[in-house]
Design a protein around this ligand. Structure first.
Ligand SMILES: [Zn+2]
Length: 341
């Protein structure tokens, strides 16, 4: 007869389990297609030298991070908190071996990279890998907790189930785009760059971001994605200091760009500078935790502005966008312009 395993840890408290689960969620591998190297390093999603160091004060930057006393998926205080992070760990993830991190991103690790389709591709590829890692680690963490408690996913609080489902969907969306990029990396000489988009010239700013978001409607009310839809078409956002200005890349897979985003991106390109600033601020808040702000600028933020950055009302805004059936909500100033902080 098979022995039934009794885990000592089934008796541990939810708090202990949540804290413990962080040690079991880590994924460490190289995202480069076919790579089996074991020397995985901590890669910066945003460049340490040219980006993070530029924004740092006393070797620290501010980022929205899960608050230390958060019980994560087991209680509703899952909220992010804008706080200081050491510049050497800010935005790092264990997604590449030393060889591929060095080789693959050499062109965008230079202080003066070129603004072209190839660099847009490289920034986007790194964003895809970094976001994929975050989502996969979240899923692994929840799976660990569920297994330890002999639960099913349906035993989790509703908001955690929704998060779990959204993360699973996100993984398949990101993998779809990553596969297209991987084919290109393996045989670039006879393939078109699989990422297309726009690069906006913006004024110097005290923040940077690497992430993505799902626009549900364009400015004219055309449906582009469905909430909890089987397939979504991510728009990647990279806003990066560049000399004495900022470059904002908005990109998508070539297929998605041609099918859905060509006109949308053209409209964004035609917005006035202030509208562009507001739009980029609003989508940055929705895009990622990889939002880095200089501590000097962060200390002048009002309580309401901090709340916006921590994304407390993000799901309300998504609901509003769905009800209004318009992407124009992203053009409304919510009391924060990240280019003016
Ligand atoms: Zn590798």
């Amino acid at each position: 007869m098979k022995k039934i395993k009794h885990f000592k840890s089934t008796n541990i408290s939810d708090t202990q389990l949540w804290v413990e689960s962080i040690r079991h969620m880590r994924i460490s591998h190289c995202f480069y297609p076919g790579c089996k190297n074991k020397n995985i390093i901590k890669s910066h999603t945003l460049q340490n030298n040219g980006v993070i160091s530029k924004l740092a004060l006393k070797n620290q930057v501010c980022m929205p991070r899960v608050s230390r006393d958060s019980m994560g998926p087991l209680d509703k205080k899952m909220g992010l908190e804008l706080r200081k992070v050491g510049k050497n760990i800010a935005t790092t993830f264990t997604g590449f071996c030393k060889e591929h991190d060095d080789k693959l991103f050499a062109d965008i690790e230079k202080t003066k990279w070129q603004i072209n389709d190839k660099t847009a591709f490289l920034f986007t590829y790194r964003t895809i890998c970094s976001e994929l890692q975050t989502k996969q680690e979240f899923i692994k963490r929840i799976d660990y907790i569920v297994n330890k408690k002999f639960w099913k996913i349906s035993n989790l609080p509703e908001y955690t189930q929704a998060d779990y489902q959204l993360n699973k969907l996100a993984v398949s969306d990101l993998k779809r785009v990553k596969n297209q990029c991987d084919h290109y990396l393996e045989k670039s000489e006879d393939k078109e760059i699989p990422i297309l988009g726009i690069a906006l010239d913006m004024p110097q700013a005290k923040f940077a971001i690497s992430g993505y978001y799902i626009p549900y409607y364009d400015f004219n009310g055309k449906l582009m994605n469905r909430r909890f839809g089987e397939v979504d078409f991510p728009v990647f956002v990279n806003i990066i200091p560049y000399g004495n200005k900022t470059i904002a890349f908005l990109t998508a897979s070539r297929d998605d760009y041609e099918k859905f985003y060509k006109d949308f991106f053209a409209e964004i390109n035609d917005l006035s500078l202030v509208k562009k600033e507001i739009f980029l601020t609003n989508i940055s808040i929705k895009s990622s935790d990889n939002l880095v702000i200089s501590p000097e600028a962060a200390k002048n933020l009002t309580r309401d502005q901090v709340k916006l950055i921590e994304g407390e009302n993000n799901s309300d805004y998504v609901a509003l966008e769905t009800i209004a059936e318009s992407g124009r909500l992203d053009l409304i100033d919510k009391g924060l312009n990240l280019f003016k902080i």
